[in-house]
Design a protein around this ligand. Structure first.
Ligand code: ATP
Length: 689
């Protein structure tokens, strides 16, 4: 590290000591504890911890993983920066591990900050940077101010940093929002701004998670409803509390888990039908409610009108719980009643109209016989507690199918939780899946964390890349699935869970069983019905798929493909499958412009080059001549197997990207794993020859 960056003069600003910032016993003890942790970790206050900042590829992976967080946070960060512009400071967003995802700030200050690696890609966990607002907020899980010499590492002591953790509706940390600036410019209001902004992101997240749910906005004072300090809870059609914001937890004094154990009637003494009736009028006056512990609030209900008012509403005194006709039927278990069999065939179509972001199975039909068979088979086992195993190459739509299965199941109003077993480090996957209790292992969060399996309770757990699940954890997963209860790490009490499991993998699990890298008993537990999604090159519905994707990408003025582009598409091998098609079309829509015809020059250069090579290899000289007379060879084509063509394409892309695997993967629209696999298998072939 370069040492502390020089401090330009800040006129009229007397230096502030840490003492003059905010001296409370709680803050002093938080900082003292953090310093003790740094000492215990052996961090050198002069040189900082060992370890280089992440490279670009790690950053792009972190950005991919946190795409949703970034999109919710970006407008809030802009707004926050407006408030602090020209104050020698910057706004930062990190993920839950402390890796900086995004930073905006004054140019001069950004370069000073970069000298201590306070920049995207760098990790600001306590273990790397010692006591600092981001890292310490992640450990303490509370908004944290670290000022000047409270920073453990000396070169960071020119900073004053105010950070607030961002929590999801289940109380898990998504990341941290932070404002860092020159310590001489400290302002006591900064922390309040950061806390409010983090809350805005959390509220957006909650609303996005529960777009179709009924949402209750409440506060002890009616005029505070609609402000950032209000409580919000989301309620399912059966009247269960399914999500809550931080305000709701603070106002009710209940944790997220305790709130979710409630129904509307046990928490507030209300029936859902009566509530919808009452708030039919958007300007309905707030309703006064009293919780079982005597706390009193005023509340307003907000809901999606067409969905929630489509059927005659149950009144406050009516017996059956309210069932909006356009949303999924509540589970038989939840209502204690069996859903009428006659209702079942019409359910998928109804749902696809209410949830455009996650269409049901019906929407996946596009004329291909293999896909039609897969959809048909899924429909037969839906809601019968038969685990589905989706097989297929990367980008064939395994997750899209898993979401559609959830969407069409009776669990649709409950959580859909996806876990990618390949992208979580082996050391973390156990904690991620099963959760852990306070102090279960070094670095564990203070209050423990709920695992993904428990998060999916009542809904669907999607285990993507199950073939990458470490062997050591397979037995644990099997036990959970068989016993239907989870014991968090370090815990002593098992938590009952009811989840529908859908798994996916591109690997050959049978071969893995032979090689003793996958447990046979787990394979049979997960594989109630194995379904193979065809690669795009084997599908007969490319034109329909293209039309649908173009419609999704540009619904107003949908561009159309020119004949040369259609031919390129038809003869290309699509190693990245539908994901790659989607990426190519997204670029094409932007390049061609609204309502225009997409020509080859509107497609990414590397794609066109590879597609033309594929044309040549497939022997379509005539077609290739039409799309580009100059680049087409007149040599007769060599008949190559498809997988060889795919690997050639991937190798060429890597070579064009000068060995940058992440860039090549992005351009091809495939995962980095796919590129590595292709390179590995090419290498195997080469060396065996
Ligand atoms: N039927 C489909 N209709 C529209 N888009 C689709 C469809 N199938 C896949 N996609 C697109 O392809 C992308 C990749 O799909 P998905 O993540 O489901 O693939 P996957 O098989 O799970 O890939 P991986 O094995 O790499 O995780 C999606 O984000 C979506 O844009």
């Amino acid at each position: 590290m370069d040492g502390p960056p020089e401090e330009p003069a800040m006129p009229g600003q007397p230096p502030l000591t840490a003492l003059s910032v905010a001296a409370s016993p709680a803050r002093a003890s938080l900082i003292a504890n953090s310093h003790l942790r740094c000492e215990a970790m052996g961090i050198d206050p002069v040189r900082g911890a060992e370890g280089a900042p992440h490279g670009r590829s790690e950053l792009s992976l972190a950005l991919q993983r946190n795409e949703r967080l970034c999109s919710h946070a970006a407008p809030v960060m802009e707004m926050l920066f407006e408030q602090i512009v020209d104050s020698q400071s910057m706004v930062l967003l990190t993920d839950a591990a402390g890796t900086v995802l995004h930073a905006i700030g004054d140019n001069a200050f950004l370069s000073r900050a970069a000298r201590v690696t306070l920049q995207p890609g760098a990790n600001w966990s306590e273990a790397v940077q010692g006591t600092n607002a981001i890292g310490t907020a992640l450990i303490e899980e509370v908004p944290t101010l670290i000022h000047a010499d409270e920073h453990y590492v000396r070169s960071n002591q020119f900073l004053t940093c105010s950070a607030a953790p961002i929590l999801d509706p289940r109380g898990n940390i998504l990341g941290v929002l932070d404002v860092s600036g020159d310590q001489r410019g400290y302002h006591q209001h900064t922390m309040a701004l950061v806390k409010m902004s983090a809350r805005m992101i959390e509220n957006h997240w909650l609303a996005d998670d529960h777009r179709q749910a009924l949402r209750l906005h409440f506060h002890p004072r009616p005029d505070f409803i609609g402000t950032l300090v209000e409580g919000i809870v989301a309620v399912s059609p059966e009247g269960r509390i399914v999500g809550a914001n931080r305000g709701a937890m603070e106002l009710t004094g209940l944790s997220g888990a305790a709130l979710r154990a409630h129904t509307l009637s046990t928490l507030m003494g209300l029936e859902i039908g009566a509530l919808v009736d009452r708030f039919r009028h958007p300007l309905g006056q707030p309703l006064a409610v009293t919780l079982p512990d005597g706390r009193r609030f005023h509340l307003q209900a907000r809901f999606n009108w067409p969905v929630w008012t489509a059927s005659p509403l149950a009144s406050a005194t009516a017996d059956p719980p309210f069932e909006p006709t356009l949303s999924p039927l509540p589970s038989a278990r939840a209502t204690g009643r069996e859903a009428p069999v006659a209702d079942l065939p019409s359910r998928p179509a109804q749902r696809s109209t209410t949830t455009p972001t996650s269409p049901g199975l019906q929407a996946l039909h596009s004329g291909d016989a293999q896909i039609a068979t897969v959809v048909d088979k899924i429909r037969r086992v839906l809601d019968r507690d038969i685990p589905i195993l989706l097989l297929g190459e990367t980008g064939t739509g395994k997750e899209v199918f898993a979401r559609a299965i959830h969407q069409d199941s009776r669990r649709a109003q409950q959580p859909f939780v996806a876990v990618n077993c390949a992208s979580i480090p082996e050391t973390l996957i156990e904690a991620e899946l099963f959760g852990y209790e306070e102090g279960a292992f070094t670095g564990a969060r203070r209050r423990g964390a709920v695992g993904k399996i428990v998060q999916a309770h009542g809904g669907t757990l999607f285990l993507d890349e199950i073939g990458d699940m470490p062997l050591s954890l397979q037995a644990h997963l099997l036990r959970v699935l068989q016993e239907r209860q989870v014991m968090p790490l370090g815990g002593s009490r098992a938590v009952p869970v009811d989840v529908n499991v859908v798994c996916a993998t591109h690997r050959n699990l049978r071969e893995m069983i032979q090689a003793q890298t996958f447990r046979e008993d787990l394979y049979y537990r997960l594989n109630g019905l194995a379904l193979k999604l065809p690669p795009l090159r084997e599908r007969s519905d490319l034109p329909t798929l293209v039309e649908r994707l173009l419609n999704q990408l540009a619904p107003e003025n949908t561009p159309r493909l020119s004949a040369p582009v259609r031919r390129l598409f038809q003869h290309y091998s699509w190693p990245g499958n539908v994901r790659q098609l989607h990426n190519v079309l997204r670029t094409a829509c932007v390049m061609a412009g609204p309502g225009q015809e997409v020509l080859p020059e509107h497609l990414p250069d590397d794609f066109v080059e590879e597609a033309r090579q594929a044309l040549q290899a497939a022997g379509h000289r005539l077609v290739a001549a039409e799309t580009s007379a100059s680049t087409v060879s007149t040599e007769p084509p060599a008949a190559l197997p498809l997988h060889t063509l795919t690997h050639q394409t991937i190798r060429q892309a890597v070579a064009q990207c000068e060995g940058n695997i992440s860039l090549a993967a992005r351009r091809l629209g495939v995962s980095r794993n796919t590129v590595y696999r292709a390179l590995r298998s090419s290498h195997d072939v080469d060396t065996s020859q």
